[in-house]
Write a protein that binds this ligand. Structure first.
Ligand SMILES: [Zn+2]
Length: 115
């Protein structure tokens, strides 16, 4: 799981998971940066991780407008951009094991991999 490090992003709680039920990599925004992608490759190869969930939320205190640079400003577009990066890596196929979650005051939105 890649999740935002913001305390308001309750990634494990939203998914009904306990502390030791998922490998969690946290960064600002929960976006799939180059570093996050490298960590996911290691998790796939070393730990045998077979399912990936990207957990982001809105509003996010760790992201100011335009940050991280190059990512869409719209929260759902930003989540989809992270998912798109994952499905472009053959190591992570099949894409049906990749999901996104956007949390916030309006509840949770689940997003599947891009077609
Ligand atoms: Zn956040």
């Amino acid at each position: 799981m890649v999740a935002c490090a913001d305390l308001d992003c309750d990634a494990l709680g939203w998914l009904g998971l306990g502390r030791h039920e998922a490998h969690v990599m946290a960064n600002a925004g929960g976006v799939v940066t180059d570093d996050a992608l490298a960590d996911l490759v290691s998790a796939r190869r070393v730990l045998g991780v077979s399912r990936i969930v990207i957990v982001q939320h809105h509003p996010c205190a760790l992201l100011s407008p335009g940050e991280p640079a190059g990512w869409p400003l719209d929260p759902m577009d930003r989540l989809r951009a992270s998912l798109l990066r994952l499905v472009q890596v053959p190591l992570f196929l099949p894409a049906h094991a990749i999901r996104g979650v956007l949390g916030g005051a309006g509840g949770l939105a689940l997003v599947g991999p891009p077609a």
